[in-house]
Ligand binder design. Sequence first.
Ligand code: ADP
Ligand code: MG
Ligand code: ZN
Length: 626
Amino acid sequence: MNQDPQKPKRGLLFYYVIVIIVMLVMNLFLIPSLSKETTEEVPYSEFLSMLDAHRVLQAKVESTSITFTADIGNSVVAYTTGRMDDPALVNRMVQAGVEFTQTVPTTISPILQLILYWVLPIAGFILVGQLLMRYATRNMGGGSGFMSLGKSNAKVYMESQTGKTFQDVAGEDEAKAALKEIVDFLHNPAKYKEIGAKMPKGALLVGPPGTGKTLLAKAVAGEAKVPFFSISGSEFVEMFVGMGAARVRDLFKQATEKAPCIVFIDEIDAVGKKRDAGMPGGNDEREQTLNQLLSEMDGFDSSKGVVILAATNRPDSLDQALMRPGRFDRRIPVELPDLAGREAILRVHAKDVRASSDINYREVALATSGTSGAELANIINEGALLAVREGRTQVEQKDLEEAIETVIAGYQRKGAVILPEEKRVIAYHEIGHALVAARQTSSAPVHKITIIPRTSGALGYTMQVEEDEHYLMTQEEIVNKITTLTAGRAAEELIFHEITSGASNDIEQATKLARTMITRLGMSENFDMTALESVQNVYLGGDTSLICSEETSAAIDDEVIRLVQTCHDKALSLLTENEPVLHQLSDYLLQRETITGEEFMNILNQYDARLQAAQNDAPAAAAETL
Ligand code: ADP
Ligand code: MG
Ligand code: ZN
């Protein structure tokens, strides 16, 4: 939940403060000894000697102590002393001419004591609590007293001002344009009513997690300067039957009272799943909630100025009935940001930290292709943390570069001890990737190679960064990518004649790419342009399921294996051709642990130049001189 749980928390805090005050007051009255002024304590013997010296003026004898005033030369001082069982005391005081009294020991009956110390305070607390709750409930529009609190108010968060505007949302221009109309409508519903135009009742924001859907909804409310009611879909689905539906009813009732306003249902898929999708009988509660939501949406008059926004990252799982005209008939895609969008998001968040003025945001944006707004915000924050850790007062380019890696691959595990022999294998593996990438045309340039292990479990990696944002990938590029992925293992085979588990992630990615080519991109030898897999959850990982016969499925497997094998062979032969520079680069990486794409290309270019020169001089001896 991103919503502000301020309201209920504040109520609770108030309650505790009141309880503490009540306790203090009661203690003050019930235990008067607390308020007794401080007096100097003296031993009983001293009391007696002062008594005999006729210094004591007044005395108050209590059940366990004696408080008295004494004249010590030029002033009168109050003292206390413990009372002893001393039958002769009264006589002595009479003789000394002391004015004395004795307090009556408390004779409150045990029952009265019980009532005073226990029943009254507890009753007091309950009373105060009830009053507070009733007050809170009335304030939030429920009005029906104590019991309705549990029913719905506790989790409907109402913000009169979200404090967000479209300026806080970078990129996402299409989504913003689509939402501007809603803002205009909320500003001036009458204008629309006059002409007879009906505003859509609801708009559904769909897109991958972290792209700013929640942020956009808040920005709409902020721009329109209207109250913002928000609730998360999962909160509708409650433990108690009927609660969800009651909550929906209540939410709409409150919203109509506060119109114009925005009602935002986050993660609506939790309630809005297709009704027949689940187990029979198991989803009664959710269905009831959904039905209530549908009927409320039909029932209310949108010209009053209540706009319902909802967000989801699983649009394909939503019940069709939700998308019908008159309900969420607007669907606003909130996609992962493109290059310009990423740059803009980085700039927005960089405003929150003290960033050096010579940061090249475009470069950072280029290196973060495929990341969401939330991740970009995180990169800026990690960068700032890094700058603090190193005792600098400004975030610099290198902090952001390190932060990218932290966000993508986890923190550096500086303390990890890796055996030298393993380190060598890892270095060759990574250089294998980089070298094959560099030796193929149309593959992204190498940006960085490192063999510092990361908390994600990666022992090293090769970062490739495109020079420009691409929207299309050619078949050749995809094949090259698979080849690059197989090259790490190929280098291990070539140099160590032994293979390790280090390639598991490469293998997974290569297989996925090869499969996608064949089953979804129509880039296969045998299947032409047929779709053999369908994608579920486009925005969440994109799981696929086969839609073909078993024979076809077996044939697909064959083709995937052949494709990967071809790529693997190609990588192996490329590395064999370049074995001398593979050694040279791997040694260099072993010494440095992290090298930049530039260093890498320098070594490679020098090697090429030497090779060229040698070939020109004595073509036959070229191989030996190197
Ligand atoms: P979603 O609801 O789509 O999962 P959120 O709206 O909760 O994503 O976004 C999480 C955080 O990521 C936001 O609070 C914001 O800091 C950042 N963020 C995401 N997208 C953007 C964007 N387009 N512009 C600026 N910040 C963004
Ligand atoms: Mg969200
Ligand atoms: Zn690898």
